[in-house]
Design a protein around this ligand. Structure first.
Ligand SMILES: Cc1cc2nc3c(=O)[nH]c(=O)nc-3n(C[C@H](O)[C@H](O)[C@H](O)COP(=O)(O)OP(=O)(O)OC[C@H]3O[C@@H](n4cnc5c(N)ncnc54)[C@H](O)[C@@H]3O)c2cc1C
Length: 456
């Protein structure tokens, strides 16, 4: 294997690959528990999709009181609130501040962060991952670890190490659509908010959220009952928008930024394989063209956008789903639909199945209420333990789950909890000198609860 002969760049007890939501939480939890942690990230900031793909807000987990199965989520919320980067309900946040605070929390917990470093391969021997092969300004090299955590979102480290995986809708092979998100500054939200309400009154169509208490929300999919459906129609007929522009169009406020809106579009149903560099490149190019077109449309058709400007375009394509790694327990669609609980459950959620795109949709009308009356499912610790690679954990949207259940667990509160669980598990394994497969997941949940994670 070529990787074996590469120079050694660094070594750590726990090497976390990917500094997104799951990776930052994993590194933080392990470091706070006393582990020596190196966090490897391709970009120059933490937060991944939440910050570099501009994905906000955090979705509510659809359980009573929105319990957070993460003690770190509470700490983070306090810090964000102090900096004015978070809404009162804790769901909306300023992506730049989130990245700053995650970095500050990691550094003060003693995490060593290695930015601008791309994971390119892995060296394995006898079912153990020995080194992560990385590329950066120093060239190609190796990083050794006792334990590793794959928090790359796409399961890169696990796949390089030889783990099995699933990818895409099992019926069509297609991945969920991807998006290139952007922020627009200089919006007069009061004027625009009132415009939404006026249009809703004039057309008799739903504002789907609309404008309230300085808050704003709007959505146009291809549904005719939405407030802007006719306006989009007019713009499409005039050649100012394309039909694709309204398949998925959605905007949110950004906490702490009075004049800014975050757009959850353009969304693409082709070129949506987040592991194909050519497709990712095409989305960056097609996405920017669509964003320019949409900006021209806002200025011409909306009130409140007269002084609007593009304030940021995501450097990272928003990938909803790519690979899911084969773990000791693969969470199934049946588990989600039956709201199954596990003795080693490290995260609870009742977030719905959320598969974008008409052709991809499943018929879920027949879901029965859970037999135990508890309206949530759980993710077991074993879904974080990579099958066949004994010192490797996986967390975040690429953990061991089938396509349908991934569409629910991909949201940020779940990525936080599973990242934290992986970090705590790694620290426990290091202390007990055992491998992740030998650790009882009940211990992980108990530790999380003792630290303040809330389970219903
Ligand atoms: C368009 C879109 C809209 C969404 N809307 C919402 C929403 O409204 N609310 C919500 O809660 N969730 C939403 N989600 C889901 C959620 O944001 C993501 O699933 C979640 O943030 C993923 O977290 P993660 O830690 O698993 O991966 P990521 O946050 O993507 O982190 C992966 C990290 O690994 C790094 N990385 C990857 N590969 C390598 C490599 N080879 N070498 C080095 N570094 C690497 C990346 O740079 C990144 O920092 C949305 C997702 C998308 C794409």
């Amino acid at each position: 294997m070529v990787g074996q002969t590469l120079p050694l760049l660094d070594r750590a007890d726990l090497v976390v690959c990917g500094g997104g939501t799951a990776g930052a939480f994993c590194a933080l939890a392990a470091a706070e528990a006393g582990a020596d942690v190196l966090l490897v990230e391709q970009f120059g900031s933490l937060g991944g999709s939440a910050t570099n793909a501009l994905v906000l807000p955090i979705m509510h987990n659809h359980m009573e009181e929105n319990p957070q199965c993460s003690y770190l989520a509470k700490k983070l919320l306090d810090r964000l609130k102090k900096e004015g980067g978070c809404s009162r309900d804790g769901l909306n946040f300023d992506p730049l501040l989130l990245a700053f605070i995650l970095e500050e929390m990691c550094l003060s917990a003693g995490v060593r962060i290695l930015y601008h470093t791309f994971l390119a391969d892995a060296v394995c021997k006898d079912g153990l991952l020995q080194s992560a092969v990385v590329a950066n300004k120093a060239g190609l090299s190796r990083i050794e670890g006792k334990l590793f955590a794959d928090c790359t979102g796409d399961g890169d480290l696990s796949v390089f190490a030889g783990a099995a995986f699933q990818k895409g809708n099992p019926e069509t092979g297609k991945n969920q659509p991807v998006s290139l998100r952007y922020l627009v500054g200089g919006v007069d939200k009061e004027v625009f908010g009132n415009f939404i309400l006026e249009e809703s009154k004039r057309t008799g169509k739903t504002a789907d959220g609309g404008y309230w208490d300085g808050n704003i929300y709007a959505a146009v999919t291809n549904k005719e009952d939405q407030v802007f459906f006719d306006l989009f129609d007019k713009a499409i007929r005039a050649g100012d928008l394309t039909e694709d522009d309204r398949i998925y169009w959605q905007l949110f406020p950004v906490a702490g930024r009075e004049d800014t809106l975050a757009f959850n579009n353009p969304e693409f149903f082709e070129d949506c394989d987040g592991t194909d560099p050519y497709q990712l490149s095409r989305i960056q190019c097609k996405g920017k063209q669509a964003i320019l077109r949409q900006m021209r449309f806002y200025r011409r058709y909306f009130k409140g956008f007269e002084k609007a400007y593009l304030s940021s375009v995501a450097p990272m394509v928003g990938v909803r789903e790519s690979r899911n790694i084969q773990t000791r327990y693969l969470l199934t669609a049946k588990d989600l639909l039956e709201k199954r609980k596990f003795a080693d459950g490290v995260c609870q959620s009742n977030y719905p199945v959320d598969i974008h795109g008409r052709a991809l949709c499943f018929d879920l009308k027949t879901i029965a209420p859970p037999k135990d009356g508890k309206n949530w499912y759980e993710i077991p610790y074993r879904s974080l333990v990579v099958k066949g690679i004994d010192n490797l954990l996986v967390a975040g949207r690429c953990l061991g789950a089938e396509f349908l259940v991934q569409s629910s667990l991909r949201v940020q509160h779940t990525c936080r909890a599973t990242g934290e669980a992986a970090g705590i598990a790694a620290a426990l394994c290091l202390q007990q000198k055992i491998l992740p497969g030998e650790l009882d997941g009940k211990e992980v949940r108990a530790r999380m609860e003792a630290l303040g994670a809330h389970f219903s």
